[in-house]
Every structure is written in C-alpha cells, then in structure tokens.
Design a protein around this ligand. Structure first.
Ligand code: SAM
Length: 298
C-alpha cells in the first residue's frame, strides 16, 4: 500500500492539473475522458468491492479509480495501453498492491488471465468508448475468469445492453447479456464529470455471468442470434444461413423446435426464445457440421 499521506494528496488531484503537470494531451482515439468526480469514482469502487477481490482494471488512465482500488489493500492488476500513462502509473504504484501492465486488453491471451487469476476476479473499468463493444465481447469469452464486472459505458450503449425485446435498441449484445448474465444499470454519469468532457452521458452497470455455461452453448447462441439479426427488418424465415453450421437448411425446423413464429422479426423474440433456439441447434448439430470454434464473433 502507498503511504497514507500520499493517498490523501492523490484524491484531490484533478485530471486537468495532472495532465498539465505531466505534459500529456488526452488521446481521443484511446477514449481518454478522465473521470474527475470523486463521488462517482467512490460509488463505482464500492460496487466493485461488493462483488469482491481481486480486481482487474481496464484502462486505469490517471488512476481516478485505481487509487481507490489500491486503498482496499487487495490485489489489483491494471492494464493500460498508453505507454506514457503506463510509465507514470508504474512509478505511482511501485511497491504497492497494484500491478500495472502496459498492454492492449483485447490482445492478452486468456491463458495469461487464468494464470494471474486462478480463482477469478472482478473487472472494473471506465471503458474507452471506441472499443467498448469488442471489450464486452471479450469479457463474454473470458466469463469463467471474470464472472463479475462493474463497467462505465456510454449511456446509449448501456440502454442497448439492458433493452427489452420490442425496442429499437434491442440487438445482438442485449440478447447475449440477457441470456448469459444478470445485468443491472446502476446510475447515470453526466458528461461534465469527465475531463475532457465527451459529447454524451455515461452510465455504470454491473454484470454477473451465469455459472457453468459451456463454450458450445455460447457458440450456438452466437450462431442463432447472428442469423436472426443479420437482416433485422426481414422476418425470421428469410434469415441467411451463413452463420449456421450446415447453412440454412435446418433453420425452419430450429424455429419450430424453439416454438418461434417464422413470421416474427428478430427484435421481437425474447432472450428465452434465443436460449431455446441455441439449445435446439445444439441438439441437432451433426458431427460433420461442427459449430465454429475460436474467438467469439460479434
Ligand atoms: N480509468 C480512468 C478514469 O476513469 O478516469 C480512465 C478511463 S478512460 C475512459 C479509458 C482508458 O483506457 C484510457 O486511459 C486509455 O488510455 C485506456 N485504453 C484505451 N484502449 C485500451 C486498451 N485496448 N487496453 C487497455 N487500455 C486502454
């Protein structure tokens, strides 16, 4: 742990002043909008603490959340892509319970995560907006190692993730989140809480993946969801078969086995319907038509 007096000093530092002192300019391409509202940071970290240690932080930036995570005394691994920030963070947390890894979160192999967190961990992150969808998809892939997460995303994205069927916002990620996890929108964070201020508001949400979901089931879910949403304006009977093992020949029977009306559109099918479709696909799968393996596609 860093000495107490330095922690107190840290909590009063404003990102704008820190950036000026360090001579850094925020990089838009890396989504560098730094949270400067201490109340919001405390609420995010309190939620992470309620989910339990150890912690993996994605994109620590200027350490607004990392300082508070450090104060828990539990092990924290923080992955930062920006070389300048990573060097500054390494100095700041040298000899503490926080390890800084300079890397792209999306490029770290799952074996490395498993090695670091053999008993799992809670993910915390104010995610860079341009890559928040791939990061969520990656977290679905890594769900056994990271079964819990507290994430800040654009409000519009959180609305999408938590959207019910029948809404325009309901889509592929909403189905994944609803079928694979329990997700809750916690609170909205206004754009003025960040330096520099982004164009839109954000929201914090928590995610708990259901235990024991097999990789085969998740791949089957992805195949049927991508099939259904490939042309969301068309009815399901007209969905293309290119995401299905063996093509579209089985699709009408899969819909029938899952008790889904082929005249319906993808956005009206509830998550439970997609779960039944994935189970139907698993039950029908032929050895010569295996489900695609490897990294989870969107
Ligand atoms: N956690 C800090 C906060 O709340 O103020 C910073 C959040 S800022 C929205 C996103 C951070 O993620 C930046 O520090 C950025 O450099 C970092 N970042 C962007 N892409 C990344 C990636 N692929 N892997 C790891 N960090 C990344």
């Amino acid at each position: 742990m860093p000495p107490r007096d330095s922690q107190d000093k840290r909590s009063t530092e404003h990102p704008g002043k820190l950036l000026a002192a360090l001579g850094f300019s925020p990089l838009k391409g890396l989504g560098q909008n730094f949270l400067h509202d201490g109340n919001v940071s405390r609420k995010i970290v309190a939620e992470a603490v309620s989910l339990g240690p150890p912690y993996l932080e994605i994109g620590p930036g200027l350490a607004g959340l990392t300082d508070l995570l450090a104060e828990t005394g539990s092990p924290v691994t923080a992955i930062e892509l920006d070389r300048g920030l990573a060097g500054w963070l390494r100095d700041r947390f040298a000899g503490s319970n926080v390890e800084i890894v300079e890397s792209d979160f999306l490029e770290i192999h799952e074996d490395e995560f498993r090695r670091r967190f053999p008993a799992g961990a809670t993910v915390v992150g104010n995610l860079p907006y341009s890559v928040s969808s791939p990061m969520l998809i990656r977290l679905i892939e890594l769900r056994e190692t990271f079964p819990r997460a507290v994430l800040m995303l654009q409000k519009e994205m959180v609305d999408r993730l938590c959207s019910p069927p029948g809404c325009k916002a309901y889509g592929i990620l909403s189905v994944y989140v609803a079928v694979l996890s329990e997700a809750r929108e916690l609170f909205v964070v206004r754009r003025g809480c960040f330096t520099p201020s982004p164009d839109v508001d954000s929201a914090v949400f928590s995610l708990r993946f259901a235990p024991g979901l097999s990789a085969r089931f998740v791949r089957a879910l992805q195949a049927v969801v991508r099939t259904a949403f490939a042309q969301r304006r068309k009815t399901l009977r007209n969905a293309p078969g290119n995401f299905l093992p063996g093509g579209s020949a089985d699709w009408p029977e899969l819909l029938s086995a899952a008790a889904i009306d082929p005249g319906a559109r993808a956005e009206t099918i509830p998550p439970e319907g997609y779960r039944r479709l994935a189970e139907a696909l698993l039950a029908r799968r032929h050895p010569e038509n295996p489900l695609p393996s490897g990294r989870t596609p969107e």
